[in-house]
Design a protein around this ligand. Structure first.
Ligand SMILES: Cc1cc2nc3c(=O)[nH]c(=O)nc-3n(C[C@H](O)[C@H](O)[C@H](O)COP(=O)(O)OP(=O)(O)OC[C@H]3O[C@@H](n4cnc5c(N)ncnc54)[C@H](O)[C@@H]3O)c2cc1C
Length: 379
């Protein structure tokens, strides 16, 4: 029997759930369709780190601030713990301190301040790196435990907003208002396609016109170090990679020095993020390798580069590794977000950089606004 909805969302990752929330808040009757039985994509493989500081100036920074605010609202309503707040950029080079000072002088420095090594060690004595030069303390980040947060968000959307979830159901074809699935036809005047890094199933020809590829990341979970981190930790390498810092003029000198001193990390797209879970264990990453179909293997040499940076930045031996995994996300050299309109009443939304947890709710709102505010719907 055909089921009828105002909005069908393809994909139950963070972008699909964000679109479902935005649609439900606009009064639409929403169905979310996903081919997997439970969340399994990038949205549960990430750090759960909602990063504001360091997002590209202007649009991504604004999206991140909006998304952080929605996470805070939703977390309280859906029973999703904010595992920790804040970010410490722990840096060990004078060129990095210059970038941090320049960052603080911009509008993006709101909620951030510079700590001296003594101030930082006063708060977290375990930071033992002898070269520690300064810490940027940002108070504007939050972190969720994605593997728990995404299922709780979906359960809350069903409970509080009446969203229908159709799992183990692949969407094969869309002929608005008919959405053809592996388990029958769903009828919806509006369709939001949020396929993550699958560009080959729906609208493959159209998406082929964009310069899309996929990025593979290696991730580790380490045993608890026996102390609480003051927030998420990042290091000098992050200043060379995150565009909110890396596009500042002062970053040129830092990038030149990193290229000389850490070429292997740069070749493998390694930079350091360390976040802590409720049980004290640490999620540590990551690396970046780009290919249309990246290999599925976690390479020991890459893990070693990540752990070398952990050792250098924190000045402590990494605790034992207790879990390893890889993840992939969509990537494009020329944009961070793609919202396309392949047919009347249909939008495809793909976040083409590793920032879906940080910008997803804002992108979901943009997607729904572009469907509703333009009056675009299938006949
Ligand atoms: C290791 C790793 C670490 C990261 N760390 C961070 C971080 O700390 N902070 C941050 O902001 N971002 C981070 N990211 C990026 C972020 O996780 C992604 O940008 C985001 O999860 C993408 O969400 P999505 O909903 O588009 O994709 P996904 O989570 O991959 O969801 C897409 C869903 O669509 C479904 N689907 C696709 N096609 C169909 C179809 N035809 N029919 C039915 N279902 C379909 C899939 O089954 C899947 O469930 C990280 C990513 C990775 C991999």
């Amino acid at each position: 029997m055909t089921q009828r909805f105002d909005l069908a969302v393809v994909g139950a990752g963070i972008v699909g759930l964000a679109a479902a929330l935005a649609g439900a808040r606009r009064g639409l009757r929403v169905a979310v369709i996903d081919r997997d039985t439970q969340a399994n994509g990038a949205s549960v493989r990430n750090f759960g780190f909602i990063t504001v500081s360091g997002q590209e100036r202007a649009s991504m920074w604004a999206r991140a601030r909006r998304t952080r605010d929605v996470w805070c609202e939703v977390a309280a309503a859906a029973g999703i713990p904010l595992v920790h707040t804040g970010l410490w950029m722990i840096v060990r080079r004078p060129e990095s301190v210059a970038v941090l000072r320049e960052f603080l002088a911009t509008e993006m420095g709101a909620g951030c301040r510079l700590l001296s090594p003594a101030q930082a060690r006063g708060r977290c004595p375990q930071l033992a790196a002898p070269q520690l030069s300064a810490v940027l303390e940002s108070t504007v980040e939050v972190r969720v435990e994605s593997r728990e947060a995404i299922p709780r968000l979906a359960a809350w959307l069903a409970r509080a907003h009446g969203v229908t979830f159709m799992r183990s159901t692949a969407v094969e074809r869309i002929e608005p208002p008919a959405v053809h699935t592996s388990r029958g036809v769903v009828h919806a005047n509006r369709v939001a396609v949020c396929p993550g890094d699958d560009f080959n199933t729906l609208y493959a020809e159209r998406l082929g016109g964009y310069a899309l590829t996929r990025c593979k990341l290696q991730m580790l979970r380490l045993a608890s170090p026996g102390f609480r981190l003051p927030g998420a930790l990042m290091s000098d390498l992050g200043l060379g990679r995150y565009l909110g810092y890396a596009e500042l003029p002062a970053a040129r000198a830092l990038k030149a020095r990193l290229a000389e001193e850490q070429p292997e990390q740069l070749e493998n797209g390694v930079h350091l993020i360390v976040v802590q879970s409720a049980d004290g264990s640490l999620v540590v990453g990551d690396s970046h390798h780009y290919a249309p179909t990246p290999d599925p293997f976690a390479h020991e040499a890459v893990d070693r580069l990540i752990l070398d940076e952990f050792r250098a930045a924190l000045g402590v031996e990494p605790p034992p590794t207790i879990e390893r995994w890889v993840g992939t996300y969509a990537s494009a050299g020329d944009r961070h977000v793609l919202i396309d309109a392949p047919q009347p009443g249909v939008r495809v939304a793909i976040i083409t950089t590793g920032a879906g947890a940080s910008t997803g709710f804002a992108v979901g709102e943009e997607l729904i606004a572009s469907l509703i505010d333009t009056g675009d719907a299938a006949a």
